[in-house]
Design a binder for this molecule. Structure first.
Ligand code: 1PR
Length: 588
């Protein structure tokens, strides 16, 4: 994950891979069909395993230089039936049968560790000797001459060109997060199943195609500019996207690299470049119920208790099972919100970490987890920083973490002092893991006003007047699961957290939560026009039309729903089918 920064680059991973016999059966996966208007009901789902592949040698060498979470890559490799051996010395690189390099961290720190340990030289020799190599994300960028990321910083120098930052001045949101299609430039073999399917990107820096590097470029993608999505020369491959997070199509890329001989010769497919797809996200609010079980629950304007005599916590299923189901149904991402995290200590919440570990073994799209990310001192006086809490979530399989209450306090402080202290959870985590890994979850409540001058916060002229005919409203941020209103508006908070390093905003709305009457378009328009980072519209989805409405009327990058999916009222595939009919691009 390019842009992910880690505090310590000192040691190589020492984890030994689990034994091959314990692995899930290797598989060939049929790609999901593009939804067709006439065949929406029979859209095929993920993970249709049709036969086992058997590579002659099932060992993959993984270059994990200890800089962060490559758990998803490990999970995907194991899911495909391969055993992992970690690189410990440069010699392990030279002796590898096939090498995967999932680059994580910032360019400069990665180059520093590769150079100091002799891995840089070994990598160059290995690739020059045409040995099977697959670089992922930063693992692609490091092959280039240099990068502008905190630089210029020299790279491995194998491919001409400088890695630069996306230009956000032309309205494109940076980081580039989400599903995009590729323009396949030449036969790359590992991309043979991609065609028009989208793959998942998350990055702020990219290399551009030029005459100097054209013999390397196997595909490009367009996001404001055309940038290099993959390279191939002989047995050297590298991809800017994340195959381990791109669902079936991503697994097919990995499988074709790991076991090229098992494939028949296939004509390279010509993918057509297209816009960044709108994402559909399934959200699971989880908490422990009164019996002590971790359950998926769902609120009605944040009230998750049944209105019965027993007043039980609403129980809509088991977190790992439901997340797995949503992945199979085609969710572009899955989010877990530990909704009692604000009062319980999440690292004491081992079941939640277990949920992440188990989910990430079988769910190959991005996983976000939120709830309770803040500094904490336990009963024994041991202090845990928010960074430690987040790190534990990342180690357990999260790709992004989401901060609620703590981001509100940080935003208030920043607006008051205009000083970035660097100490807030938001700043610390984005500095170490990159801003693309940090989502801020905002829980606003609509407050109607007679006049826009009644508050010091940004107000809107509402589409539907309030209960007493009010024509204006502001959106007051809350903390602690909506229990406490704070003196800051959603607009002010969104702008502040963008400056503090948030990579994305999850925009809930307490008034609309669980109501099924549609997203709060006024709110989502207000916020998605105010910031240049992606905004996820949340709360209120009740029908497929609500998804197209929010994408047509606002600049939201993604739409999230919970209740309609949990209660099986609207399957994810119906949402996608509807978006297709409406001409709204989503991944396929
Ligand atoms: O403050 O950092 O500990 O984070 C707590 C997190 O838990 C926040 O992200 C906050 O939104 C969430 N949360 C806290 N209490 C509740 C609750 O429901 N009582 N859930 C809660 C909020 C909101 C949505 C929901 C959508 C879609 N859930 O994410 O899934 O509104 O629902 P719908 O499609 O059914 O309308 P911290």
């Amino acid at each position: 994950m390019e842009g992910v920064r880690y505090a310590s680059f000192t040691s190589f991973a020492t984890t030994k891979s689990s034994s091959f016999s314990a692995l899930s059966p290797s598989s060939i996966i049929i790609l999901r069909q593009k939804p067709h208007k006439k065949a929406l009901k029979s859209i095929s789902h993920r993970n249709l395993v049709i036969s086992a592949s058997s590579a002659s040698n099932s060992v993959v060498t993984l270059l994990d230089y200890g800089a962060g979470n490559v758990r998803s890559v490990r999970n995907a490799i194991r899911y495909l039936g391969f055993e992992i051996e970690d690189v410990r010395t440069p010699k392990d690189i030279l002796n590898a049968e096939r090498l995967i390099f999932p680059g994580v961290g910032a360019f400069a720190s990665a180059m520093d560790v590769l150079t100091k340990t002799g891995m840089a030289e070994a990598l160059c020799t290995y690739i020059k000797n045409d040995r099977p190599f697959l670089g992922i994300c930063l693992g692609l960028q490091l092959l280039f001459e240099s990068s502008e990321e905190n630089g210029p910083v020299n790279g491995l120098g194998l491919i001409p060109s400088v890695v630069g930052r996306f230009n956000s001045s032309n309205g494109f949101r940076v980081p580039h997060i989400g599903w995009n299609a590729l323009q396949v430039a030449k036969d790359s073999e590992i991309l043979d199943d991609i065609g028009d399917h989208h793959v998942y990107f998350v990055h702020s820096y990219r290399a551009m195609p030029s005459d100097d590097n054209k013999e390397w470029v196997s595909s490009t993608c367009n996001y404001g500019d055309d940038f290099i999505a993959s390279i191939r020369r002989g047995n050297a491959h590298a991809v800017q996207f994340h195959p381990e997070k791109s669902g079936d199509v991503g697994l097919s890329v990995l499988r074709r690299f790991l076991n090229p001989k098992s494939q028949g010769t296939k004509k390279p497919t010509q993918g057509k470049a297209s816009k960044l797809a709108k994402r559909v996200i399934a959200c699971l609010d989880v908490r422990t119920n009164d019996k002590g079980d971790l359950v998926v629950t769902k609120g009605d304007q944040y009230d998750v208790r049944e209105h019965t005599k027993e007043n039980e916590v609403r129980n809509l299923g088991k977190p790992v099972e439901l997340a797995g189901q949503y992945y199979k149904d085609g969710a572009d991402e899955v989010s877990f919100l530990n909704i009692t995290g604000f009062r319980d200590f999440p690292l004491g919440d081992l079941p939640m970490l277990e949920v992440l570990r188990h989910t990430s073994e079988n769910v190959f799209v991005p996983l976000t987890v939120g709830g309770g990310i803040r500094d904490f001192t336990d009963a024994n006086g041991r202090h845990y920083s928010s960074l430690e809490v987040a790190s534990e979530y990342f180690r357990s399989g999260a790709d992004k973490i989401s901060i609620g209450s703590d981001a509100v306090y940080a935003g208030e402080e920043y607006i008051k002092t205009k000083v970035k202290t660097g100490n807030s959870s938001l700043e610390q985590i984005s500095r170490v893991y990159g801003n693309q890994a940090v989502v801020v979850s905002i829980d606003p409540r609509r407050v109607y006003l007679k006049s826009p001058n009644d508050v010091q916060f940004k107000t809107i002229s509402v589409t539907k007047p309030g209960p007493s005919g009010e024509e204006y409203a502001w959106y007051q941020c809350t903390v602690n699961g909506g229990r406490e209103g704070r003196p800051i508006g959603a607009y002010e908070l969104a702008k502040a957290v963008e400056e503090l390093g948030a990579g994305e905003i999850l925009l809930n709305c307490i008034d609309c939560d669980g109501q099924g009457k549609g997203f709060d378009i006024d709110l989502i328009k207000l916020i998605s026009d105010a910031v240049s980072i992606p905004v996820i519209a949340s709360s209120g989805a009740g029908a497929v039309e609500h998804f197209s409405e929010v994408f047509v009327k606002t600049n939201a990058s993604a739409a999230l729903a919970a209740g309609i999916f949990h209660r099986k009222e609207v399957p994810i595939q119906s949402v996608k089918g509807h978006l297709l009919e409406e001409g709204i691009e989503f991944w396929e």
